[in-house]
Design a protein around this ligand. Sequence first.
Ligand SMILES: [Zn+2]
Length: 281
Amino acid sequence: MLKVVNFFTEALKQNHLSHSYLLSGTEDLNLAKEIAKHILCKQEHTACGSCSSCLKLASDNHPDFLVIEPDGASIKNAQVEQFQEYVFIRPFESQHKIILFNKVHLMTERAQNRMLKVLEEPPEYAVFFFLTEQADMLLETVISRCQILNVHASDKPKLNEQLTEKALDWVMGIEKNDMARILEIGAYAKQDKIRFNALLFCLSDILRDVMIFRETKNYQLISEENLTILNYKDYLPRFVASISRKKNIQIISCIEEIDQKIKNNMNFDLTVDKLLFKCID
Ligand SMILES: [Zn+2]
């Protein structure tokens, strides 16, 4: 997931944005929104979270961002007609206008053909995203107009040093029952859903290691990759000593629950707050 976002931040840096992207293997609107956030952000495409564009996007209120999803069983001709009108109006406040079709394999053939006309001669500011887990159901002519990016929901975020450090910091905050620290890291994570996902993944990974070490006291059962993290070997016994078994399990299961909720597009801030409280109590 991170990989595909990085792909777009690089493309933006080099000013190499194409007109149409087929994100094959995912129907995750949050992921697509995160990419849109980078494209539309007014602070040099950083997805800063605080410019007017990021704020509007976060509240599903951005005039240059349109999501089209199946109306009932399919995406119908009338929906594409509507989109055609929209796309030829110049962007209201950004350099780009993003139109996102989710579950695009459910678009009727007639609608696909209509859409194709726009894809053949798109306005210069337009960027199209097509999300589907069944790209093989699309018309060949549509696929050939797109840059294809294979995204697999199971792509686990790679632990990078900065995120691991933050996650460790979080665990230490839990260890010390340091509310300010936990909330501070929560605030850092909330600015960016993808970052938050990755941080959750790190946190869960670390807490699983703590659990294994708690039961076995055996470093050989800990993933080699994690052991390369500076001081990781020393952290494990410390965490075992300071976080109860119950809390350890509680937070792991809470993370799993949140992961599921985020995938199901639940209210993001609310689910994050729930996790933060679990960490503190
Ligand atoms: Zn921004």
